[in-house]
Design a protein around this ligand. Sequence first.
Ligand SMILES: C[S@@+](CC[C@H](N)C(=O)[O-])C[C@H]1O[C@@H](n2cnc3c(N)ncnc32)[C@H](O)[C@@H]1O
Length: 217
Amino acid sequence: MNRAIRSYVLRQGRTTPAQTRALEALLPKYGLAFSEKKIEKALVFGREAPLVLEIGSGMGETTARIAAEHPEADFIAVEVHGPGVGSLLNRIEKDKLSNLRVVRHDAVAVLRLMIADGSLAAVHLFFPDPWPKKRHHKRRLVQPSFVSLAKDKLAARGIVHLATDWPDYAEQMDLAFSNEPLFQRAEKGFVERPETKFETRGRRLGNPIRDLYFRRR
Ligand SMILES: C[S@@+](CC[C@H](N)C(=O)[O-])C[C@H]1O[C@@H](n2cnc3c(N)ncnc32)[C@H](O)[C@@H]1O
């Protein structure tokens, strides 16, 4: 993907006092600073465990719930939206989650630069911004360059779990991953996905929800 074209627009939005406090006090504790050096996961989490990277964790409810339900794995959530990062930090603190860390940065750069090749057990991409207008499709995260990046970063048998409520984006995801011979369709994800905030919104609008799973050979 041409990185001059971003998959997000940073809207200021409202940051609550609790989110602001979290960004100041908890980001140093539970955040990982963006860096061009690879993360040493054993140093970050203090153990060797399967590592899952989530792209666009939004407000983080689902992310925190998955981490709480899967203490056997470690999770890195990547999100650019400040209020969402603040909310997730507060959940990590409240729920005492030792297996979840957050990076506030563009996930494509994080994947490329901070994640070692062959090191991920799964990549989660739940309800990425759909960019419905045709002239904006180039901003969609899932494109051949993303498939190639996911292929490099996943371990053998690692899973990509995608979900969307936009039928034409689901088709685009399906096509992009099916075209890569190193991925094969799978029946389920690394975890069972709880309903996310954007999913609830999509359901309310009557949109069809689709999950897609691909396993790296
Ligand atoms: C439609 S929301 C979905 C949030 C959440 N996954 C859910 O289902 O409720 C998409 C999120 O992805 C984030 N995002 C988009 N592109 C991103 C990128 N390149 N790196 C990190 N976050 C990104 C946006 O800021 C937004 O919070």
